[in-house]
Design a protein around this ligand. Structure first.
Ligand code: SF4
Ligand code: SF4
Length: 392
């Protein structure tokens, strides 16, 4: 196992982190024995970073059972607070105590504000006493490092990085998101401030493996290096020196072994010119099957009507590449299940956004297509329920 140093505190973190959101299940329940075997396999090979979240069903409890068997002091545990469920000051402590109980521990090494996508959300919880609460927990040792996970665009990422004295951050990064989400620009920005960068969705939830177009799969099969699709994706990330840990949501022994193998010999700066060209060819293959070639840069934002244009296009594209259910779920999560909605039908067709899009996209026309495909009768029922009976 290779390790990279957290420049903020000197800890050596394994470059492969265990993402605990995808443990295998049967009938909705996590297969505990199987999960523990896989966790142990990773631990024995040197993985020392384990990531979970309050909202991953059963994940904290499953990880907690494993940790209680003598591993707790030997690894770093990351867990995430669902800030969007925090309505009053006491909620922060209530969620935290529940997290500790589920994990069977009394401290969390890497504590994250989950899905913190804009500064306004951070300011909202700060008004509920978040800054003072963090200071107190760090003082007592109940929280060792404070960070945030992020799914917005580069500009918003930089704003959040600058809004607080963070100890680390977690972003989505893979060869299709080099210039979207926080992007390489955001990652370099964070790394310049010595913030450890934890990577999630290194294979875009499997899209860069099972979801690849046949043409791309064929290219990979014929390549002389013999890497698998997953290996190309992981090696591309590891070669960035700004990256500290890459999380992989493993739930098969073979997958763990394969990821361990790659993590034992992947170095920063290891890609040569021909590797970079090959990744570019894969990108082109994938982009051909993408309907709206939006890079997610966010230059079109903010929209005066509040539309989250990149989120609309990402979900729309997903509905073709990964299926309608995956796309719809992303669309609901990113534009609808929140207090201020940002979905496509809010568009007033003013055209302001189109003046700023570096890709020259006819954004208004594409948003009409998004509305037609995504805002189905089923969507409207869920959106109505979320507004009237949910917490939004
Ligand atoms: S055209 Fe629509 S999406 Fe674009 S800025 Fe105007 S209201 Fe927003
Ligand atoms: S629509 Fe254009 S400006 Fe907006 S995020 Fe996509 S590529 Fe960037």
């Amino acid at each position: 196992m290779k390790y990279r140093v957290n420049k903020k505190n000197g800890q050596e973190l394994s470059i492969l982190g265990y993402g605990c959101m995808r443990f295998a299940r049967k009938g909705g329940s996590i297969l505990q024995e199987k999960a523990e075997e896989e966790l142990k396999l990773a631990y024995d090979a040197g993985v020392n970073y384990f990531d979970t979240a309050y909202i991953y069903p059963g994940s904290e409890v499953a990880l907690g059972k494993f940790l209680s068997k003598g591993y707790r002091q030997k690894v770093y545990v990351a867990d995430k607070l669902p800030h969007y469920l925090v309505k009053k000051e006491q909620d922060i402590e209530k969620f935290f105590q529940e997290m500790l109980e589920r994990l069977q521990t009394d401290y969390i090494d890497y504590f994250l504000v989950h899905m913190l996508n804009d500064v306004e959300s951070f300011e909202r919880i700060c008004k509920l006493g978040m800054r003072e609460w963090i200071a107190e927990k760090k003082q007592s040792g109940a929280i060792r490092n404070i960070g945030f996970s992020f799914h917005g665009n580069t500009a918003k990422f930089k704003e959040i990085v600058d809004a607080y004295d963070w100890d680390f951050c977690q972003v989505q990064f893979n060869y299709m998101d080099e210039h979207s989400q926080a992007g390489i620009e955001g990652i370099r920005y964070a790394a310049k401030k010595d913030l450890p960068v934890i990577i999630m969705e290194p294979l875009r939830g499997g899209q860069l493996v099972k979801g690849l177009p046949e043409h791309a799969k064929d290219r990979i099969r014929k390549h002389e290096k013999g890497y698998s699709a997953a290996e190309w994706g992981l090696r591309w990330i590891y070669q960035h020196e700004e990256v500290t840990v890459v999380l992989s949501g493993m739930n098969e022994k073979e997958q763990v072994l394969d990821n361990l193998r790659v993590a034992s010999d992947a170095d920063a700066g290891s890609f040569d010119e021909s590797d970079a060209v090959f990744i570019e060819e894969l990108r082109k293959d994938i982009l051909k099957q993408i309907k709206v070639p939006c890079t997610g840069c966010g230059y079109c934002q903010p929209c005066p009507a509040g539309v989250d244009i990149p989120a609309c296009f990402t979900s729309y594209n997903m509905s073709f590449s990964e299926g309608r259910i995956a796309g719809m779920s992303e669309y609901l999560k990113r534009t609808t299940m929140k207090k201020n909605r940002t979905n496509a039908s809010l568009c007033l067709k003013c055209g302001k956004c189109e003046q700023h899009c570096p890709q020259g996209l006819p954004i208004r026309q594409h948003l009409s297509e998004v509305k037609r495909r995504m805002e189905t009768p089923a969507y409207k029922v869920i959106a109505y329920g979320a507004k009237h009976f949910g917490r939004f």
